[in-house]
Design a protein. Sequence first.
Lengths: 634, 368
Amino acid sequence: MLIRTTSQQSQDGELNRFRFRIAFAAGTVVLAFAIVVGRFVFLQIFQHEYYTTRAEDNRISLVPIPPNRGVITDRNGVVLARNYSAFTLELTPSKIESLDQTIESLGELIEILPKDKRRFRKLLEESKSFESLPIRTRLSDEEVARFAANRYRFPGVEVKARLFRQYPLGPIASHAIGYINRINKADLEAIEEKEQGANYKGTEHIGKTGLEKSYEFHLHGETGYEKVEIDAGGRAVRNLSRTAPVPGNNLTLTLDTKLQEMAEKAFGDRRGALVAIEPSTGGILALVSTPTFDPNLFVDGIRSEDWEQLNNSPDRPMVNRALNGAYPPGSTFKPFMALAALELGKRTPAQAISDPGYFTFGGHTFRDDKKGGHGMVDMYKSIVHSCDTYYYMLANDMGIENIARFMGPLGLGSRTGIDIEGESEGVLPSPEWKKRRFKRAEQQKWFAGETISIGIGQGYNAYTPIQLAQATAAVANNGVIFRPHLVKHITNSKTGEKTLIEPEPLRTLPWKPQNIETIKKAMVGVNKEGTGARAFAGAEYVSGGKTGTAQVFSLKGADYKGHKLKQELRDHALFIAFAPADQPKIALAVLVENGGFGAQSAAPIARMVMDYYLLGKQPKGPAKEDEAAIEDEE
Amino acid sequence: MLPQILQRLRKRLVEHIDGPLLTIALVIMAFGLATIYSATVYASNRAVSQLLNMGVGMLVMWLIAQLPPQKLMRFAVPLYVIGVILLILVYVIGVKVNGARRWLPIGITRIQPSEILKIATPLMLAWYFHKYEAVLRLRHYVIAGLLLLVPFALIAKQPDLGTAILVGAAGFYVIFFAGLPWKIIVGMIAAAAGSAPFIWSMLHDYQRKRILTLIDPTTDPLGSGYHIIQSTIAIGSGGPFGKGWLQGTQTHLEFIPERHTDFIFAVFSEERGLVGNCILVVLYLLLIARGLMITANASTLFARTLAGSITLSFFTYAFVNMGMVSGILPVVGVPLPFMSYGGTALVTLFLGLGILMSIQTHRMLVKQ
């Protein structure tokens, strides 16, 4: 009995201990599940938004749809830059195992020239491997069909319809319009800086020079997006929504393409520049820099042989001479000097000097072109016959400080602010300029003798053709200076709304009207009875002008016989002009590199441009050099 | 006459079935089927074949439930010995899949012997304690520990950490319910903490990586951290009420790996939200509560320890799986009980249910 009871008790105790263990286990289970549920609450309540975003990021991919680039037309609606759609054969290097082998087998289907391969290699070096890169552009329909039939053999290769930029007029006005090319690293940085990174996703080309560059963000438009649902493998499952791209804005230029074309032809094969401005607005009618280049070469990535040819040509066709060539103005500087003298009271129109044919200063003799001098010379005669002695004396009387102070507000030696980037400053000489320009103390000092040749537009003087055109327009416009511009209005492609680029008077110079009249009259005299008379003989309108010659090569003491010198040593010929004289509609500056005298090669071009612009006269062939003008010249 | 036959047949059918246990399991499985359907709807749909697995599992459950625990006890030693021999054979002629030697080829198919040990180990230990119940000394616990260590080490070495943990836990629960002194339990926990650095040095590289990516999954977002990151996103984006059945983007765009097997909980959680998760947790709690009730009422030490071990194994499965999918436990290959797709695992679970039912329904007979 007793034993049984003990056994019963021990069994009860054991059962109790066992039940306690069950309770302990149950407690552990509840605690563990509580931790898990706590984790769910944390993830699904407190972190819910964060993980919702993560899930959305996982599944939604934005595929950019690049917008159509804006079209550029001239003032009469002539298309200068447009887009066309064409098929390209494109390779995505990251999806292709052996590039060489793929290209080789593709070559059996579609003609791939060595130049195409070279260009592809170049693109490959510059790009990220997951981009698709064109190896052939402008496929024919037959080529597209042939590839489509064999498509399965080429993973990572596709035919894509792409928009291409096209410049229908080719080399005409190429320096003004510029060109687009594939986006490179530097472009990307510029895009990021302007916070346009998102808008350029999917865009492959960007304006590199000219208007294409300076109006890039107008022309580009807004990139559209396709919201695509993707799976874990990155494959598109379905389209969720589409935001259509907004095409870029269209540019309408002040440029007159026919005038531009005619002016370019007038240069023939000579190097030079011409800028024609509408004085009352600053609108540019023609912006010529010869030789030109075909911007279409750049659009798909330029072939290296083309690039080398353009870059290595001694004629340097890629340089925009109108904006980046700085030349001594020569005698075209004289009307501005004369105006300065009147305004500063250093001369009166009637005040005459006796010209012995030279001017001596500090033991140095400055020669006039005409041996024996021009005799008694007043202001009118000094401009009409381009008398150097008059201006040697004037420069000496005025001093360099006064000259610089007068020429600065005229826009000489500073950027005009034309709506193309990269314009050069030129040089308006002054003692301060010299201090900045030179490092050594003995070079920094300004010598009074240096002022003398400044007076006839030589020496340190160096201005761009557009600066000369702007200054000429300022005189023609009675002292009101406009910022030269190429774009007349921007048309919003979505709303059709036109934003006019307002003529922007930079400043009005406080010149006395009678002083302006004096200068204008003298410039009219140049074309009537002076150095420009031969070029403007028989013109049906009254024009004002001034010839100029910029020394390229100094012939110490020897006589200058331009036509006997080697071409590249000949002087640069310049001509500034405006017409009609009473109400100028056009002001221009012409420069012919190594053209000799201004009257010889620059003035005839100006005549042709003006005849065309004012009278609609079509010239026959390029402007001829006027050999006879040589003897008559300054 | 006929109604009587039918009634007898019905009695014969349900005699050894535990209603609550089966009901709870069926409800969880219904959730499981719907989730498997959602997870595999675009690929080859696995819901139907899982239904088939369930049929087989229920048959096994019914058959086991008919056997009284005394008969079950007879299987203990042979099943354990065969299991261990097969585990050793895996080393000799095993097939390597994904860097782990887990499979044993048998004719045209192959089996995973470690699966047998999930039941055989607790069965063996329960039998052992039952045998020495009257004379239990410390050395018996030590011997039981060694009996557990053999399959645990063999499985861990394959390497299959998930199964090893499940087998080890099942064995440990038997020892625990057999009355392992608390002093030793506390001592073992202290020893485990002390030997952690040593264990670390023993771990395989992939196991270490799993633990490290658990601490910070973002260190390897495309490699071993990818699973955890994607399943956590799925759970978190599910929010309080879920995205709705068949609406989970993480699931249907295939961001969740192992969608219908080990990571099925992420699918469920994304589509059913916190509410669904809580319902599921409550269902598991009910299942375990019923299991513990059976354990408490069991009449022999064998039945008690075995029932307790099986019940807590269900808990271990559910806790480890939900913990790993939600990112608080390392990723080990543990399926979610009655939810994850997979025939073998399901049959093993039903086997466990069958044993619990056998223990519950043969109790009266024993008492009589």
